[in-house]
Ligand binder design. Structure first.
Ligand code: NAP
Length: 280
C-alpha cells in the first residue's frame, strides 16, 4: 500500500475505508470485509454512531492493532477543552482501543481552540499518533496552525472531480498539512459515475469510473477513504495501484472542477447555525 508521511513522521495509507452512513448494524461486517480486502485505514466519527461496531470489527479481525490506522472525529457539541478530553475517552472506549492513530476536529465550529489544546495534550501523552481537522477553509487552517504549538497533520475536506480544492491544497502544502478527501465519489452526485469524460477514460484504461477518480486523487497526493457496503466495490476501489493516468488525462479531469461544494458551504450562515444547533 502506498503511504503518505504526515508532518510528524507518522505513516498513513493513502487509501482507506470510510464508514459514514453505514448503519450501526451493518458496520461490523463492512469493516471486517474491508479489512479482508486489504484496507488497513478506517475512518469513523462520533457523529456516525458506529464507533462501537468499528471497535468490534477491529477486535474480531485477525489483523494486529499496530497494522491498522484508526481515525475518529470530535463532533461540534464536544468542542472545548474539558469536553474534548471526555469525548476522546468515550470514543476510545467505544472503539475498544488504547490509542488512536488520528483524531480530527469534525467541523470548524464552537470552541475549536479549547478542543485543539486538549488534543495537543493527548498527543503529547502518546494517546493519539496524529491530530488534525476537517472542513477547515484555508483562512481558518492558517489561523489555527500559527496560533498553536502543533500544526494539524491533516485537513479532511470535500474533494472530488467537481470540487478539486486546488487552492486549498496549495495552502496545505505550504504549511505541511496533508489533504484528505471526503466524498471522493461526491457520493455519486452530479451523475459522477456516468460522466462522459470519466466513462471514456475508464474505457481507455480498462478501469471503472470509481477507479479513475480514486487514481486521479492519489496521483494528486490526496488521501482517499471511499465508502461502500458492497464487498465487490470495496475490491474495485482497492485496485487502483496497477495503472497510471497520463499527465494529459490528469489535466483533462481537472476541467471538471466547478470550485464549489456539492453538499453545503461551510461559510453559509444558515448552515453554520443549523449545524451548531444540532445538539441544543
Ligand atoms: P463517497 O465515498 O464519495 O461515496 C459513497 C457512495 O458511493 C455510496 O453510495 C456507495 O454505495 C457508492 N460507491 C462506492 N463505491 C462505488 C463504486 N465502485 N461504484 C459505484 N458506486 C460506489 O461518500 P462518503 O461516504 O460521503 O465519503 C467517504 C468517507 O469520507 C465517509 O465514509 C467518511 O468516512 C468521510 N466523510 C467525512 C466527512 C467530514 O465532514 N469529515 C463528510 C463526509 C464523509 P454503496 O455503499 O452501496 O456501495
Amino acid at each position: 500500500m502506498k503511504t503518505v508521511i504526515l508532518n510528524n513522521g507518522v505513516e498513513m495509507p493513502i487509501l482507506g475505508f470510510g464508514v459514514y452512513q453505514i448503519k450501526p448494524e451493518e458496520t461490523e461486517k463492512s469493516v471486517l470485509d474491508a479489512i479482508e480486502v486489504g484496507y488497513r485505514s478506517i475512518d469513523t466519527a462520533t457523529a456516525y454512531n458506529n464507533e462501537e461496531a468499528v471497535g468490534r470489527a477491529i477486535k474480531n479481525s485477525a489483523i494486529d492493532r499496530s497494522e491498522l490506522f484508526i481515525t475518529t472525529k470530535l463532533w461540534i457539541q464536544y468542542a472545548g477543552y474539558e469536553k474534548a478530553k471526555k469525548a476522546f475517552d468515550t470514543s476510545l472506549k467505544k472503539l475498544q482501543l488504547d490509542y488512536l492513530d488520528l483524531y480530527l476536529i469534525h467541523q470548524p465550529f464552537g470552541d475549536v481552540y479549547g478542543a485543539w489544546r486538549a488534543m495537543e495534550e493527548l498527543y503529547k501523552e502518546g494517546r493519539i499518533r496524529a491530530i488534525g481537522v476537517c472542513n477547515f477553509q484555508a483562512d481558518r487552517l492558517v489561523d489555527l496552525s500559527i496560533n498553536n504549538d502543533i500544526t494539524p497533520a491533516i485537513n479532511q475536506i470535500e474533494t472530488h472531480v467537481f470540487n478539486q480544492q486546488i487552492n486549498n491544497q496549495q495552502v496545505m502544502k505550504k504549511y505541511n498539512i496533508q489533504i484528505e478527501s471526503w466524498g471522493p465519489f461526491a457520493e455519486g452526485k452530479n451523475n459522477m459515475f456516468t460522466n462522459e469524460l470519466l466513462v471514456s477514460m475508464g474505457g481507455k484504461y480498462n478501469k471503472s469510473v470509481a477507479q479513475i477518480v480514486l487514481r486521479w486523487l492519489i496521483q494528486r497526493n490526496v488521501v482517499v477513504i471511499p465508502k461502500s457496503v458492497r464487498k465487490e466495490r470495496m475490491i474495485e476501489n482497492f485496485n487502483v495501484f496497477d495503472f497510471e493516468l497520463s499527465s494529459i488525462d490528469m489535466q483533462k479531469i481537472s476541467t471538471l472542477d466547478t470550485g464549489a461544494s456539492l453538499f453545503f458551504d461551510h461559510h453559509d450562515p444558515e448552515m453554520v447555525k443549523r449545524l451548531c444547533s444540532l445538539h441544543k
